[in-house]
Design a protein around this ligand. Structure first.
Ligand code: M6R
Length: 606
């Protein structure tokens, strides 16, 4: 969703703002803008489209200054246009505001402000915030922002500069994240730490309803009640180089290739191979609490939800704890039955997905203990849950989740094994040894890249794809279909292979590629039969298997052979060729694979 950056110090601000916005491009946006404060006036330049359009417009303006704000907008209220782009300046030209989120009562506020004589030039809810803050501005920007925030309903992260008063940036948030980068005699601001890494690793995450004031001398923060508070400075251990493309054409391809390391980093230090034990320190789940769990609700969205579906197989299968998996956006609306001995596990790469956070709140309201699996240190999900298993995948910039997904599957395997360890039956050492072999298996499957590029060439003109899987690989069929949809805009469906005959079989003709996952032993013969059914109706069957390709003679037009690992970890190996297939089909069709249309990396609105 929208990207927010800010800088206040002694350096030239425009290049810093543009650099920050470039680093946030992956979040998805459709217009961009900056405001710089100079000689007591606001200079604002905005453009519809990508950052290059903004840079072009800036070439005609000699804007200089040492503090200001930048924004990339993902349209919610009002079409993507220059007029609706941020920063929004109030009708008396005193404040400039950038905003991420949705102000739900903006119409009521707009009517009131119009009656008071404030005028509007856009369709946005953000302009309401700008006029509202200005209406309360009487020399103290922090007071005006706090007062205005008290009247806003919905979700917002706001950053404000003003011509009135001192050199300062005032920020507040309710929902979407805001993080302040602490420098020496300079401060940075962003909606995502990825934009700050090049400048500082010391960051302060604002809590909900905090109001913060950035000046060259430092940061002051007030809580919802107006009391001065200190928020901890977190040192980020992310390497800024990790957030660069490192010679790859796209972040997505780089991140696909980072998976052997990402999965290894996720289990490293948590598994004692000699003693045959798992330790999950940050989970904060005592053995007694783990034994008392009656049910686990996994809550997530998109790819993280697919990880949750695999997690259900792992946790139920290995620890015999009942598991339900819900979309974050649906959980609250089915009046879920949650008891005091239940645990809700939120899975989120970004840790900021509004639907997942709201679902966790609903579970907490019903008495559940909250845990999370997350890739973003210090993010909202980590702060609201009692314990976390971090996925150590490093920053994931490509909008299509790849290395975060496989790392989530490792984290879920660790959780399932940990529960087995404390609840019984005993944890067998071979289950841990299987983990040790995993990075090499993922590396081996990456060796299929050229083969998949060729395959993508042959099928990139298809208008539909079907992905089939069964058991623990059914979620991988869903994930294969989602990756292809996101990256190439080809319509794709993921289905449990056995369900095909109950409907989707009607879609099969000589034009339809059907990727069928036939690995392991448990459902192998069944999937093979489903493939035969598809072949008999003229479909183009693409087998993904750990068996001898000859077993598919006469059935499959193509065979992707992957290494065999244990059944519980096989989804991690199986998904990699599907990621590569989606990537190369997307590239072939000329799609913007790192920033697919309409998508955002962190979906911070419900
Ligand atoms: O940051 P999260 O894991 O909470 O994000 C959830 C989904 O928005 C995300 O997985 C989305 O589906 C991706 N575009 C998938 O590639």
């Amino acid at each position: 969703m929208c990207g927010i950056v800010g800088y206040l110090g002694s350096k030239e601000v425009v290049p810093l703002l543009l650099d920050g916005l470039r680093r946030l491009e992956y979040r998805g946006y459709d217009s961009a803008g900056i405001t710089v404060l100079r000689n007591g006036s606001l200079e604002t330049v905005r453009a519809e489209g990508k950052l290059d359009q903004l840079v072009e417009k800036l070439a005609g303006h000699a804007i200089r200054g040492s503090y200001g704000l930048g924004h990339t907008r993902w349209a919610t209220h009002g079409a993507p246009s220059e007029q609706n782009a941020h920063p929004m300046v109030d009708s008396r030209q005193r404040v400039a505001v950038i905003h991420n989120g949705i102000i739900e009562n903006f119409l009521t506020l707009k009517e009131r402000l119009q009656a008071e004589g404030w005028s509007f030039t856009s369709e946005t809810d953000t302009e309401v915030a700008a006029n509202l803050i200005s209406s309360y501005l009487d020399g103290d920007l922090k007071e005006a922002v706090a007062r205005a925030a008290g009247e806003l309903e919905g979700m917002y992260a706001l950053a404000v500069v003003s011509t009135v008063g001192e050199r300062e940036i005032v920020v507040t948030r309710h929902g979407p994240p805001l993080v302040i980068g602490v420098g020496e005699d300079e401060q940075f601001l962003a909606s995502d730490p990825a934009a700050l890494l090049a400048h500082t690793k010391d960051v302060v995450f604002l809590e909900n309803n905090d109001v913060g004031r950035l000046t060259p001398e430092g940061i002051e923060i007030w809580d919802a009640g107006g009391a001065r508070v200190e928020r901890p400075v977190t040192r980020l251990n992310w390497d800024p180089i990790q957030a660069e493309k490192g010679g790859y054409k796209h972040f997505m391809l780089k991140e696909i290739h980072e998976q052997p390391l990402a999965v290894q980093e996720t289990f490293a230090g948590r598994v004692d191979f000699e003693r045959g034990q798992i330790t999950l320190e940050e989970l904060n789940l005592s053995e007694a609490a783990g034994r008392a769990i009656e049910k686990i609700d996994i809550l997530a969205c998109g790819t993280s939800w697919h990880a949750g579906l695999v997690g259900k197989f792992l946790i139920q299968g290995l620890a015999r704890v009942p598991v339900e998996v819900d979309y974050g956006s649906e959980f609250r609306y089915r009046d879920p039955i949650v008891g005091p001995n239940d645990v809700a596990v939120g899975i989120s790469q970004s840790g900021e997905t509004a639907d997942t956070l709201s679902a966790l709140e609903a579970a907490a309201d019903r008495g559940a203990r909250l845990l999370s699996i997350c890739n973003a240190p210090g993010s909202q999900i980590v702060r609201m849950t009692d314990g976390v298993i971090y996925t150590h995948a490093g920053p994931e910039i490509g909008v299509a989740s790849t290395k975060a997904f496989t790392s989530q599957l490792v984290a879920l395997y660790l959780l399932a094994l940990y529960l087995r360890q404390i609840r019984g039956p005993a944890l067998e050492p071979e289950r841990l040894r299987a983990l040790a072999h995993l990075p090499a298996a993922v590396d081996e499957v990456l060796g299929l890249e050229q083969e998949l590029e060729q395959l993508a060439r042959r099928y990139s003109r298809a208008s539909d794809f079907l992905f089939l899987g069964r058991g623990i690989n059914y979620p991988i069929a869903l994930e294969g279909a989602l990756k292809l949809k996101e990256i190439s805009y080809i319509h794709a469906e993921g289905y449990p292979a056995g369900e095909m005959k109950h409907g989707p079989i009607a879609l099969i003709d000589e034009e339809l590629p059907i990727v069928a996952i036939a690995t392991g032993d448990r459902v192998y013969e069944k999937v093979r039969s489903n493939m035969q059914e598809a072949k008999a109706r003229g479909g183009i069957v693409i087998a993904l298997t750990d068996r001898d390709p000859q077993e598919f003679d006469g059935i499959a037009a193509e065979v992707i052979q992957v290494p065999r690992v244990c059944e519980e970890l096989q989804p991690i190996v199986n998904v990699v060729p599907l990621q590569l297939l989606a990537y190369y089909v997307g590239v072939r069709r000329g799609a913007d694979v790192d920033q697919p249309r309409n998508l955002a990396k962190s979906v911070t609105v419900e």
